[in-house]
Write a protein that binds this ligand. Sequence first.
Ligand code: THU
Length: 140
Amino acid sequence: MSAADGRDDDAALVARALAARDLAYAPYSHFLVGVALVADDGTVFDGANVENASYGLSICAERNAVARMVLAGHRAIRAVYVATTTSPPATPCGMCRQTLLEFAPDPAAVRVVAVNPAGERAEWTLAALIPAGFTGAQLG
Ligand code: THU
């Protein structure tokens, strides 16, 4: 799902994140999150949160989408759409920001878009969401 000119189809990505949210498994928090993650070549990966009766094992939607991207052979993120029903739309948690950063060679170029079914949206760069983040480069 990528236009030939390299521009992402914003409306389609919003719809895809909202659809992924419907597939979330969140019987404990009842807080459903859906993601549409765009890899560097325009391939889109869905994600949704998957909770567990042992609450701490729950996996966020963003990290599920990243895992799917990696398993498909990609190593760089172009954009992440995150769908919730809150107003304003919720932003990725700190753990997910760090996970996204791992696959963001240029965090200032990665768009993070938060949306909800009411049509509200907010947008940042990943660099704005996790400034001065820790990366593998600092491991020496
Ligand atoms: N959650 C996500 O999926 N992504 C986030 O960035 C924030 C939190 C999930 C985890 C848990 O299943 C539920 O939302 C409530 O925290």
